[in-house]
Structure formats: C-alpha cells, structure tokens
Write a protein that binds this ligand. Sequence first.
Ligand code: GLU
Length: 447
Amino acid sequence: MSVAVRFAPSPTGLLHVGNVRLALVNWLFARKAGGTFLLRLDDTDEERSKPEYAEGIERDLTWLGLTWDRFARESDRYGRYDEVAAALKASGRLYPCYETPEELNLKRASLVSQGRPPIYDRAALRLSDADRARLESEGRKPHWRFKLEHTPVEWTDLVRGPVHFEGAALSDPVLIREDGRPLYTLTSVVDDADLAITHVIRGEDHVANTAVQIQIFEAVGGAVPVFAHLPLLTDAAGQGLSKRLGSLSVASLREEEGIEPMALASLLAKLGTSDAIEPRLTLDELVAEFDIAKVSRATPKFDPEELLRLNARILHLLPFEQVAGELAALGLADADAVFWEAVRPNLSRVAEARDWWAVTHAPVAPAADDPAFLAEAAALLPEEPWDLSTWGTWTGAVKAKTGRKGKDLFLPLRRALTGRDHGPELKNLLPLIGRTRAQKRLAGETA
Ligand code: GLU
C-alpha cells in the first residue's frame, strides 16, 4: 500500500512554528516515500473555526512550498460521521451519558482527592431504560461515550518506540456532544480510515488519544495506521508555543520578520534531529536528507535568533532567480543579478536590499570629511565603461599618487561613495554607482 500521510490543523488560529514543523515533517515523509500528503481541516469546532484561519493555513503552506495532493474538510463529512456513530450505537460501543459538566467535575475532584486517577466510572452503563426515560423527560440530552475494551493497547511508535497503555486506565472518551456534534477523537479516526492514511505523524500531546483511537479504528473496521509522535517545540525559554503566539506565527515570520521560506524549512526539518542545521536552498535537498528515525525524543527549542542567522546564511547563497519576485514586491523591479550578488553578502533580510538599492541608485549625502584627498582620488577616476576590475585599477592609482594604504585609503572613499562606514565590497558597488554619481559624491555633493 502506498504511503499516505495527513496534516490536520484546526482552523482556529494562526499556524505557529510548532504546527508547521509537523506539516513539514509529514510532507517530507510523504515525498521521501513517494506517497501522498493530505491537508485536512479539522473544523468541527464551529464556534472557533474561521474561514480566514483556513485561508491562512493554505497561504502558509503554499509559501513554504508544502503542496498537498489531497484536501478534505471535516465539516463536509457530517453525514459520514453520523453513519459511523449509528453503527457504533447499534453494536453497543457508543453509550448515552447524562451527567452535566458540573456532575463530572465533582466526580473527578472526588477521585483525585482519594488519590485515584480521574477515570469515568461508567455510571451511565448502569442506567435502566426507565432511568434514561426519566432523565430525558427532565430535559436532559445525552452525550455519547465510546466503551473501551479493558485490554492492553500497544503500538511501535516511529519516534517513541514501543508504547503500552492499559485500556482500564483510560476514560471512555466522549465522541458525540449533547447537541449531536461528533468530536475530534471520532472524526479523525473515520477520516484516517476512509482516506486510507497509512502513517499518522503528530505531536506527542496526542499519545493518549492514540491509545483510544486505536480501539476506535478497530471498532469501525479501519486499518490501524503506523504512529509517530514528535516532541513539541518550545520557545527558547522552554515554554510551550500557543496558537495565538503572534510573533512565532508563520505569518509574522514571513510578513514582519522577513524570513525566507527555505530558512524556516531548513531549521524546522532539522530541529530535534541528529542532523546539523545547515542552510538548504530547496525542499528537494531536505527530502533527500530526511529520515524519521533521526527525530530524537528530546524537546527541541525554537530560537528566533538562530532562525535569523540561518536566514542570513540562506540569503548569502540564494540565486537571483529565487529572490527576484521578492525584490520586485519590495519595489526593486529593476534589480538584476549583478545588483543582487553585490549586496546579498550584507543582508540578513531581503528588505535590507532596499537600502543598498538607494545607495547605488538614489541620491546619497556623502560623508566627505577629507576633501583634499577625495579631490585627488576623483581626478584619477577611470573613464567608463566600469566593471569589477575598475575599483582595483582606480585605488591602485590613488595609492601610488597619495602613498596611502589600508584603512586610510579605503575608509574615506567608502564614506564618500556610500555615506556609510560599512557595506558590500566597493569593487561590486562602484560599477552600480557609476562615474557621474561617484564624482559628485567625492566632491561632497549629494548625488
Ligand atoms: N486537529 C488536531 C490538532 O490540531 C489534529 C491532530 C492529529 O493530527 O490527529 O491537534
């Protein structure tokens, strides 16, 4: 059977780096195995699901290049969940319960105070038909629990190795709410079974869900997939990432932090694995290096500074074609490969290219603090056309004429030509500035 994985976010918030890492790992797993990647929106929580979050998820995945082969939306499949629920009711695996949330809280608190695990006591299984009729006549509506088998549940997790749960140590999960709406624990299994998912790769916050879901797969007659539970990313201080944590959302990394998609992908593909984090320019390279066996059980930390450093290293390698669209979007539609290669070693974000475009193509107020020297240098400027050899020829002549060398020679020229003390190599900038501007700037004019 060919490999099929899914990424199943709930569209109830922005994707953060932790969520999108799971999307990436699923995608790499699928591509490596020649299988398929399904995007499934777990949107049965109708109060909290929003179309704009669904659009945001699609935009974030598309930006990263994580294209999906199949798409599903749980809210399209209520009929199917009803059908499965009816069958589970008929076979006695789904049973009606009438406790209110307050009653359940009291039961839990009482168990905890006796030092016992807060497992549902199955009181509802002991109700008679008459009890149920009376409760319903009082206006109570049932929610429905899945009756777990009190047997061991075991699987070999691709990250955690052998995992063992005792069915008797788990609470029968609620699968249908009082208003008749199915819950994630059921819908996810029905979808994974119907859509022939072979590998469920998700966060370790779902390990206990997996134990009950394996029994639900068996009850609905679905093939139990292979599971892999990854440790969840934390922030640099070791705190969990929340969905609403704006600064770690994919959208803010893209729109506010100026992060390149391949910087984020290069980091997230390797965080928490035995591979070193290195800049990679294409997802194909990450696919070639991917192996889920490299994922470690230790909690990986996400450090925004590390991402920014990787972003800079990616930019220093990125070919013009891969960045041309971004430059155009910044208003640098005339930028070309020569400009890009001149400035990229000095960038940590693409948007900073705008400053160097202004230095080479717009008036600059020079810092011309050594006018006599600058006048001598200006007089030696070669005729155009200029190329990458012009700087060497020119400064060689200035050195011979003035006897200056090193910093005394180069810094006044840089300050006059660019208005700054630091920047890309002048060998590369000089031809972009051109003779007319260079001459004026050396004379102290804004040009
Ligand atoms: N919607 C669930 C979540 O975002 C999906 C978990 C799963 O992968 O099954 O946590």
